[in-house]
Design a protein. Structure first.
Lengths: 189, 533
């Protein structure tokens, strides 16, 4: 008994030491750009980009295999900031032109389908879902980043992502697009 | 013709007028000669819980409650908010959402009351004798009565009365300029209720602790000027009625103060920084009613005008009355209006839904025919500079427009987008009909949205970090728990083992040999036996 415990601890200690030494010896500097990108990304690790967490995307982006527009919850703002550090002096606007200001989206739970299983509650990276076991859950619109994580885990498909509802505070007039010379023909040149 | 007196020659307003500004046709004669009439109780009242700047009020009633006139139905939430009272007695038929009196017509929390027609007063607020009341008591009464700025800004009046604590105030300016075309509600109120308004002014002056009062009225309202002048000596505080030039936007707070005192309020500062507080004449009347009679703000005077209305009038309507019923009271519409506006024609907002209610800040309902609205054919900018000449803030609207149209909001902010009053002078002055102020409206909204989004992103980061920290703490706690349990288990085992060993060592000396030996002997014997067999 005591010999077994002692030998296991010795093994653990030895391997641990080995690992520690290896980590020191074969240490690779992460390029600072990854940290920089990671700092700009929302840090919610929601997975909406398809990479393993924000760090994963940051690495891919630093390698150049992911576009600066990959983070959809971050939206145009984040993409613009990323474009500046990933491709300084490059034509960020060109890459972003197709990302023309997406309307913010949030999750919505259909209450009659919610079974109160707590799955979404546990998954939400920003704690935007409130609820308890066997109680109807709901989304705090202001905290939701619309990342899809809860939609994937809901067993009854009670969650959808929809456009963030407009309020009087967030509503504003559309940009006027004057059409010059609506009656231009009538004006002699 | 009278010669100007020496005193009037020394008034700064003669030398300082608003920079820029425009002179639209006032068209006030449509309604200026109709006395204020009371509108009968409508069939339904829809009272939004947010009719003021600040936080939404909290509903105090539920469906099927019976309410009395003047009863508190929405309670102010937070320091900048306003109480809301039942405008008449009746039954609450819904506490839900209804379209806002706003161009978007988005649903907002609204209490719907079906009046019972009795108009029974509930208990009124306790009356106050302003002569003996402290400034705090007056401000508290004004807050209790839910009074907000009646000129359209709808800032809670009590908050402004409490400015005394933070600023050294010397002048109270009463804004009776009413510079928007068409509107005549303040004009009529001053003509008909001058004494009440002056009483309200005196009460506010007491609450503010100011040393002088100036009532500013535009020169195109001679009757109102005369009426108000009758009472300007009634108070203990030096006060005077001051005629200001007829010019839009004279009623803008900062411009009025500039005209009267000759001092300009810095950008993004308050007039209180200059020691001046501006209140609307209508607000003074509401304060009079609240303090002298304990009546909360449950009705207001609205100008119903425009050539699209059969009988332009000034009507005192209950808060929450549907716009359609007010129009009906004024004989209905002559023709389908080109635009239906709430507020004045320069800064008012168009509405689509006519069932939306009149709220505390609704100064006018205008049905404008196509002949009254400007031509909408837009032509390219000809760089005439009229918009810049007309801008009362000294901005260059054509440049703002160009930057916003090309998507350069930051550039627009750099040249003063945030200082724009959205007064509309630029659009009015532009010979090419370029929608300048409309573009600025869009830009301001867009900017606010971006600001909000940035804020939300920061919040998301914070929330995610908090969650991560919490999860890590939980994992750490679990790990420690496991380690502890393991240690306990190990300790227990060890103890057991030790105990067993001790027990064994205590017992072994006498019988260790006999127990083990026979076994081996037996084993050996069996093996032997097995082998031999
Ligand atoms: S709307 Fe703005 S830019 Fe136009 S005149 Fe008024 S303050 Fe100047
Ligand atoms: S008034 Fe109109 S046409 Fe003239 S400079 Fe301004 S935007 Fe251009």
């Amino acid at each position: 008994m005591i010999e077994a415990a002692a030998s296991m601890s010795a093994l653990g200690l030895g391997l641990g030491l080995l690992l520690g030494v290896a980590a020191r010896r074969f240490h690779v500097e992460t390029p600072p750009i990854i940290d920089e990108i990671d700092g700009i990304l929302p840090g919610t690790n929601c997975g909406a980009c398809g990479y393993p967490g924000c760090r994963g995307l940051a690495e891919a982006m630093a390698e150049g295999t992911a576009p600066v527009t990959a983070c959809t919850p971050g939206g145009r703002d984040v993409a613009l900031q990323l474009a500046e550090i990933v491709d300084p002096g490059g034509d960020g606007d060109a890459a972003l032109s197709d990302m023309a200001d997406e309307e913010p989206h949030v999750a919505f739970i259909f209450e009659d389908h919610c079974t109160g299983c707590m799955k979404c509650f546990k998954r939400c990276p920003t704690d935007a879902i409130i609820g308890a076991n066997k109680q109807i859950h709901t989304v705090i619109v202001d905290a939701c980043i619309g990342c899809d994580a809860c939609v994937e885990v809901c067993p009854t498909e009670a969650i959808v992502i929809r456009a963030k509802p407009r309020t009087l505070k967030s509503w504003y007039w559309e940009k006027p697009q004057p059409k010059f010379g609506a009656g231009a023909e009538e004006y002699p040149a | 013709m009278t010669l100007p007196s020496i005193a009037s020659l020394l008034r700064p307003s003669q030398y300082f007028t608003v920079r820029g500004g425009v002179h639209p046709e006032t068209r006030k004669n449509l309604s200026s000669e109709s006395a204020i009439e009371d509108m009968p109780i409508p069939s339904l009242l829809r009272i939004p819980l947010q009719q003021h700047i600040g936080a939404e009020a909290e509903p105090m009633v539920k469906r099927d409650d019976h309410v009395l006139k003047g009863q508190l139905i929405g309670k102010a939430r937070g320091p900048v908010s306003a109480n809301i009272h039942a405008p008449t007695s009746g039954r609450v038929i819904a506490v839900g959402h209804f379209a806002a009196p706003h161009p978007s017509a988005l649903p907002v929390p609204t209490i719907t009351i079906r009046p019972d027609g009795e108009d029974t007063w509930g208990p009124r607020l306790p009356r106050l004798r302003p002569e003996n009341a402290t400034p705090e008591e007056i401000a508290a009464q004004v807050a209790e009565a839910g009074i907000v700025g009646m000129g359209g800004a709808t800032f809670p009046a009590a908050v402004k009365l409490n400015l005394r604590a933070r600023y050294d105030l010397h002048t109270l300016v009463i804004n009776g300029a009413e510079c928007e075309p068409y509107l005549t509600c303040d004009d009529r109120l001053m003509r008909e209720r001058a004494e009440d308004i002056y009483d309200g002014i005196g009460i506010m002056a007491r609450a503010l602790g100011v040393r002088q009062i100036v009532v500013a009225i535009e020169s195109n309202k001679p009757q109102a000027i005369a009426a108000m002048q009758q009472f300007d000596r009634a108070l203990g505080i030096p006060s005077r009625v001051q005629v200001v030039p007829t010019q839009y936007p004279m009623g803008s707070e900062k411009h009025l103060v500039k005209t009267i005192t000759g001092r300009e309020t810095p950008a993004r500062a308050l007039t209180a920084d200059l020691g001046v507080v501006v209140h609307n004449a209508g607000t003074a009347h509401a304060v009079h009613l609240a303090v002298r009679y304990g009546e909360p703000l449950i009705s207001r005077v609205v100008t119903v005008s425009g050539r699209g209305v059969k009988r332009p009038a000034n009507v005192r309507v209950l808060i929450g009355t549907p716009v359609a019923e007010v129009l009906e009271h004024c004989g209905g519409l002559v023709e389908d209006p080109d635009r239906l506006l709430l507020g004045g024609p320069m800064m008012g907002q168009p509405i689509q839904n006519r069932r939306v209610p009149v709220v505390k800040g609704t100064s006018g309902i205008l049905a404008l025919t196509a002949a009254e609205t400007p031509d909408r054919d837009t032509m390219p900018c000809i760089r005439c500079g009229r918009c810049a000449q007309g801008c009362p803030v000294g901005l260059t609207p054509f440049e703002l427009n160009a930057r916003i149209q090309s998507g350069d909001l930051e550039g627009a902010v750099k040249i003063g987008l945030l200082d724009c009053l959205t007064c509309g002078c630029c659009s009015f002055a532009c010979p090419s009909n370029i929608p300048l102020v409309q573009t600025i409206h869009y830009a301001k909204g867009k900017l606010a949205e971006e600001e909000g989004r940035r804020h939300q992103q920061e919040e998301a980061k914070r929330l995610a970090a908090a969650r991560k920290a919490r999860e890590e703490a939980a994992a750490e706690a679990k790990r420690q728990m496991m380690a502890k349990r393991k240690a306990e288990m190990a300790a227990k085992k060890k103890r057991e083992a030790e105990a067993a060993a001790r027990a064994a060592s205590a017992e072994t000396p006498p019988d260790q040999a006999p127990t083990s030996q026979p076994q081996t002997a037996q084993a050996e014997s069996t093996r032997d036996g097995g082998a031999t067999q």
